[in-house]
Ligand binder design. Structure first.
Ligand code: GLN
Length: 245
């Protein structure tokens, strides 16, 4: 039996719309696969040892919370980026995703530099982009739908055509409501606007991270879980969204 540790960064500040449910989903699925998983919380100013964890998670947060965590995150940025380049699985939702870019300009025009991990910027618009979302994603090498809920004022624009979106929007707004992209994927990192929480209704995305965590400990996914309930929930969300006006 292997043990896995998932780091939840800034749980008191960055955790909107049930994003913490993503951690419960990963923990439960890892246990169903026959291994142990503990969730470690890390607040502001805590020392962070990314080498000792198997995955990092950051949830969504309002502009104010983003500002509070930004300075702390900046101090950890170089080490975090090094681990991302080495394949550390990372899931960043909404506000946390926005901070990975070059800048975030809030609705009052205040500009916050991002961590500059990726060449994209986010600018808040007057109308919030709110609603259920369906995207088509290929993170597992096949086309699969991913469902979620978005609520963000920020519009994210890629500044490099080689950046890969997490998926293409089928229904909803995505990164900016204009270019059909949603989120970003880079190695084992996913940034996305999809709250929900994302993972329980998208078992393929949950297993994307679990497979990466297993591989980094030299383990293979010998079996796959019975996801009939998860897939029914997923399909119900699709039916609901596609039948809504
Ligand atoms: N404050 C950011 C925005 O409104 C992110 C919000 C969120 O994390 N849901 O765009």
């Amino acid at each position: 039996m292997a043990s896995f540790r998932i780091l939840h960064m800034y749980p008191e500040l960055m955790n909107l719309y049930g994003d913490r449910g993503n951690l419960l989903c990963l923990q439960k699925r890892i246990e169903w696969y026959g291994h142990r998983c503990i969730i470690e919380k890390q607040g502001l100013d805590n020392r962070t040892d990314f080498a000792s964890v198997d995955m990092v998670f950051m949830g969504g947060g309002s502009d104010r919370e983003q500002g509070l965590v930004y300075r702390d995150l900046l101090e950890k940025a170089a080490t975090l980026l090094e681990h991302i380049e080495n394949g550390l699985p990372v899931l960043c939702i909404c506000g946390a995703y926005q901070l990975l870019g070059n800048s975030y300009i809030d609705f009052d025009g205040r500009s916050m530099s991002g961590l500059a991990f990726f060449p994209f910027y986010t600018r808040a618009g007057s109308k919030r982009l709110i609603g259920n979302v369906i995207i088509s994603s290929q993170i597992n090498g096949i086309d699969e739908t991913v469902v979620g809920f978005e609520n963000h004022g920020g519009r994210t624009y890629f500044e490099d055509p080689f950046l890969k979106p997490f998926g293409r929007v089928i229904k909803g707004f995505g990164n900016n409501g204009e270019d059909g992209s949603e989120g970003i994927v880079y190695k084992n990192l996913i940034g996305t606007y999809l709250h929900g929480p994302l993972l329980p209704k998208n078992p393929g995305v949950a297993d994307f991270f679990i497979e990466a965590m297993f591989a980094r400990q030299g383990l293979k996914m010998e079996k796959y879980l019975d996801d009939s309930i998860e897939n029914t929930a997923h399909q119900q969300v699709i039916n609901k969204i596609m039948n809504s006006k």
